[in-house]
Ligand binder design. Structure first.
Ligand SMILES: [Mg+2]
Length: 366
């Protein structure tokens, strides 16, 4: 089988709550790219890449699409049933820029699964279960509004939450105390600062929350700042933004810097790189949140397959991004119920994009 054409389609994902806010950033929608790869045997594969706006990681939607144009030329004519070979060709064609590779990589894994007649989770080593544990993000807001969001999520069956903080010590402590006050013993909470706190702010907060039942996620911008905080923190520490390479994870494990990492698929160039990262974490005894920067049903399906193919003891939680949106981009995506999402059981990623969204490609390489 050979790749004959690659197309990219842009779609805005609108937030049902009106906006999504973290650190000091806030967006009403996110610019996602659906990748479509056609083959000479009539099979079509789909992937997706959606950075969390241009200011979250060193990635942005237009950059992903510019990178894709370079990468697509290197993929034409290759066999999509060999994802590692395709990934190597992408690494030769473009150094770095893992997020630009991720949507293409997902579409190639989708094709490999479809060609083999098995779900992607089978290609990733096999699913341990057909339901994946989720957390619900409580977007940064006034404390009372955040409590209201948590109660709504609990009503829907969620028991794991990630509250967004990052506007300063006083406001963030008010948020953390308000949420901790309503937390039940069976529930799990992380406060994610998304790099917002200075070292001094993080030290103040660490002292003030030592009795609260929560984990702290990515308190400061730099790894050495987070590492310096570690001995002063009585709560579990999750590292996310700085865990951007397997070398960073090895270093973090050697330093005892974190208990959990947040593994985002597009940070590792797609499912192949994310699978290697998952296996490294298993070897190092590091628990994982498995998710991506953002996305719709397609990126979420990829998360579900990778999370399902990860042993339960090493999987902390995952995100179902399409559960936050007003506009679906595909059918067959994971079904969210009782704080879990299903793993699509069809061949490949198991999703089908909505045809209307594929009418006017913004990029086409043949
Ligand atoms: Mg995070």
């Amino acid at each position: 089988m050979r790749i004959t054409a690659i197309r990219a389609h842009a779609v805005d994902l609108f937030l049902a709550e009106g906006s999504y806010s973290w650190n000091t950033q806030s967006f009403p929608s996110f610019d996602s790219t659906i990748v479509e790869i056609q083959t000479d045997e009539g099979l079509t594969g789909y992937g997706e890449i959606c950075p969390l706006g241009p200011g979250y990681m060193p990635s942005f939607a237009e950059g992903a699409r510019a990178g894709m144009e370079v990468l697509a030329r290197a993929l034409i004519g290759l066999d999509p049933t060999k994802p590692n070979v395709a990934a190597a060709a992408m690494d030769t064609a473009l150094k770095g820029h893992p997020y630009a590779k991720s949507g293409l990589d997902l579409a190639i894994w989708d094709l490999a699964g479809k060609a083999a007649g098995v779900p992607v989770s089978t290609l990733l080593g096999g699913a341990f279960r057909d339901q994946v544990r989720l957390f619900r993000v409580i977007s940064r807001d006034a404390p009372a509004a955040m409590v209201e969001r948590l109660l709504e999520a609990r009503e829907r069956g969620f028991i794991q939450y990630q509250m967004k903080v990052g506007t300063g010590v006083a406001e963030d402590l008010a948020r953390m105390h308000a949420i901790a006050d309503v937390l039940q013993p069976n529930e799990v909470l992380a406060a994610d600062a998304n790099t917002a706190w200075s070292r001094a702010e993080a030290m103040q907060i660490a002292a003030a929350v030592s009795e609260l039942p929560l984990a702290i996620e990515q308190p400061c911008l730099r790894y050495d700042e987070c590492l310096a905080l570690r001995p002063h923190l009585a709560r579990p520490l999750i590292l996310d933004e700085v865990m951007d390479s397997r070398d960073a994870i090895r270093q973090g494990a050697a330093d005892g810097a974190m208990d959990i990492i947040n593994l985002k698929i597009s940070r590792f160039g797609g499912l192949g790189g994310a699978m290697r990262t998952r296996d490294l974490c298993l070897d190092l005894g590091i628990t994982m949140t498995i998710e991506d920067t953002w996305g719709g049903e397609i990126a979420t399906a990829a998360i579900a397959h990778l999370a399902a193919a990860t042993p339960d003891y090493a999987h902390f939680q995952s995100s179902a991004f399409h559960d936050y949106h007003t506009n679906p981009i595909a059918t067959g995506g994971p079904v969210v119920a009782d704080g879990h999402m299903s793993v699509p059981d069809g061949p490949g990623l198991g999703i089908t994009p909505i045809p209307d969204l594929l009418r006017e490609p913004i990029l086409e390489v043949r």
